[in-house]
Design a protein around this ligand. Structure first.
Ligand code: AMP
Length: 285
């Protein structure tokens, strides 16, 4: 595995690989790797000649009161995990390298951001899109792998790739969970023991919602209420949002029909957790 910290060196290496006709699969991450990341990597590994992973905690996508400083970091551990999971290139640039000066030009996402995390985290997706434009240009992947845990991010990246004509195939990957249902996340280590014990209730509330829909409930407001009650009753977290939309368009629904996403965000003491499920209501009998 080649660990690269310099952007210039990364560009030179990619140029050589491209000249050799190699395909590059890319998994962008913020590190503190877990099985969710490893699943993305395994898929990328199997579909490309070269597997490139980036580890960069991107300051642009964190709001002033968010967890940029406390975001877990352990490069040594990550690089061992990456090496053991068949990563060919581990790109780990410094913040100074990525943003040597204040950017003179940044991305401004217009669509699909007035809902879910976009509404709660002002400017978050602008920061995500800006860093991805840089990373896509530096690594020139043929395929880029993103987890559906961040379903809205997948929708935003889809728009970014098509609007800016990146010759990249977006590959969405299913959510990987702990045995108790909690969606794997680097941030889970910042839960207190009590909060960690409560956290599976989030997925449980999503499953309850799905059961209610299976039983015939078609009113999204009633389903949202059900989820909120379950989370309020069983956790100490503060609900940021519980929302249901069509997926992937993220349009408002007055009645549940077609493919939908049920998404939640809950704030605990030091960490805000997100989770979602997507399914087709038509397929439920
Ligand atoms: P992050 O390091 O949290 O920015 O995540 C990097 C990539 O891994 C993103 O595309 C995430 O959606 C994806 N990811 C994170 N957690 C999971 C998970 N539990 N299951 C599937 N993908 C995930």
């Amino acid at each position: 595995m080649k660990v690269v910290t310099s952007i210039k060196e990364m560009q030179q290496h990619i140029k050589t690989l491209k000249l050799e006709g190699k395909t590059v699969g890319f998994v962008p991450t913020m590190g503190f790797l877990h099985e969710g990341h490893l699943t993305l990597m395994n898929k990328a590994r199997s579909e490309n000649d070269v597997l490139a992973v980036s580890i960069f905690v991107n300051p642009l996508q964190f709001g002033p009161n968010e967890d940029f400083d406390s975001y877990p970091r352990d490069f040594e551990r990550d690089s061992k995990l990456a090496e053991n999971n068949g990563v060919d290139i581990l790109f780990h640039p410094s913040t100074e390298d990525m943003y040597p000066t204040k950017m003179s030009l940044t991305a401004n996402v217009h669509s699909r951001i007035d809902v879910l995390c976009g509404r709660q985290r002002n400017g978050h997706f602008d920061g995500v899109a800006t860093v991805l434009i840089k990373l896509f240009n530096i690594l020139q992947p043929d395929r880029a792998y993103f987890g559906l845990k961040d379903a809205q991010q997948v929708a935003v990246v889809d728009g970014l790739i098509s609007d800016f004509n990146f010759p990249i195939k977006l590959v969405p990957v299913e959510i990987v969970r702990e045995e108790d249902g909690l969606a794997k996340s680097s941030r889970n280590v910042n839960l207190t023991d009590k909060e960690r014990a409560e956290a599976p209730r989030l997925y449980e509330s999503l499953q309850m919602a799905k059961t209610a829909i299976e039983d015939g409930q078609r009113n999204p407001r009633v389903v949202e209420e059900l989820i909120m009650n379950h989370i309020t009753k069983h956790t100490s977290g503060a609900i940021d949002y519980v929302e249901i939309y069509s997926y992937p368009a993220l349009d408002e629904l007055s009645e549940l029909t077609g493919k939908i996403i049920i998404a939640i965000a809950v704030k605990f003491t030091k960490v805000r957790l997100i989770d979602n499920i997507t399914f087709d209501v038509k397929e439920i009998f």
